[in-house]
Design a protein around this ligand. Structure first.
Ligand SMILES: [Fe+2]
Ligand SMILES: [Fe+2]
Length: 291
């Protein structure tokens, strides 16, 4: 395969990372408090948006706070675990040509973990604990494990970017939150561009060596997409916002037709990528998260 286009893109992204480098520890002006009577998330992006499961504003504003903590906690735990996988691969022969950019990736994700956790520790009771994942994470053979790791990163980043790109411009939410979303969106646009090209290359390499696992991998990646959507509906957010019967509210929200349509929208970009890359034979959009 002629990889000159990819090499040029890698060089361009690395240069951008260098030019746009910032000190995360001094970038933000942290206010003393973040008012609880403000919307920490636009209500349009809450997990119950479009349903009538919760209708009083006080509870919805509390939910917006806990959903913010959950969202930031998902980044901290998700990226910690994925950074370990990236760190295992950097400066190994199979990843030699990506070393330079992977250094930027690890550095930038380390910054993100810090500012997301910092927000939670300063203004709330801290981050939520990590939820146990039902999905195994390796054992597909080295080349397929590479595909799995970078596919998971890409899915994760596309979900974040859906929210970050919108909330980074949202005048309704407090300045510090808007700034955090905007900063993350700015870095992630590079990561997503890199991730798509890398996943495609890793996939082609794995498929050439071991074509028999194709269907198994498609199923795994789709299951990971489903699991990722479900993780937005952390049962604890419904308990913490004080709603009666939190588990029933969560269940009904997850399976609400408006929410199911939203899940498809949330995943459209990454779903299309997997189909176009030949990694999916059918789109994830036909599956149901609540099943
Ligand atoms: Fe990030
Ligand atoms: Fe990222």
């Amino acid at each position: 395969m002629d990889d000159s286009g990819f090499s040029t893109m890698l060089a361009r992204l690395s240069e951008k990372s260098r030019d746009e480098y910032y000190n995360p520890y001094t970038k933000f002006t942290w206010p003393d408090t973040v008012p609880e009577d403000q919307w920490w998330m636009n209500p349009d992006y809450l997990t119950v948006s479009g349903t009538v499961l919760i209708d009083d504003e006080k509870t919805l504003k509390a939910l917006a706070r806990y959903e913010t903590v959950n969202f930031f906690s998902l980044h901290v735990h998700g990226i910690r675990e994925l950074m370990i996988e990236v760190a295992k691969r950097i400066h190994t022969p199979d990843f030699a040509e990506y070393n330079e950019y992977l250094h930027h990736f690890i550095g930038e994700e380390n910054a993100h973990m810090w500012f997301f956790a910092e927000f939670c520790h300063r203004y709330t009771g801290g981050i939520y604990p990590e939820a146990a994942s039902p999905l195994r994470r390796e054992g597909f053979g080295n080349l397929w494990d590479d595909v799995i790791v970078f596919s998971r990163i890409l899915i994760f980043e596309e979900i974040f970017d859906y929210y970050n790109s919108r909330m980074g411009k949202d005048q309704l939410i407090p300045d510090i939150l808007r700034e955090i979303h905007a900063a993350h969106h700015h870095d992630e646009s590079r990561h997503v561009a890199f991730g798509k090209q890398l996943v495609k290359r890793l996939y082609d390499r794995a498929l050439a060596a071991d074509p028999d696992r194709r269907e198994e991998i498609e199923k795994y990646v789709k299951d990971y997409m489903t699991y990722s959507v479900r993780s937005l509906y952390n049962p604890q957010i419904f308990r913490d916002c004080g709603v009666g019967n939190p588990l029933a509210v969560r269940r009904e929200a997850l399976s609400h037709p408006v929410r199911e349509a939203f899940h498809v929208k949330l995943m459209t970009r990454v779903d299309r990528f997997f189909v176009a890359a030949g990694i999916f034979s059918t789109s994830w959009g036909t599956e149901h998260v609540s099943a």
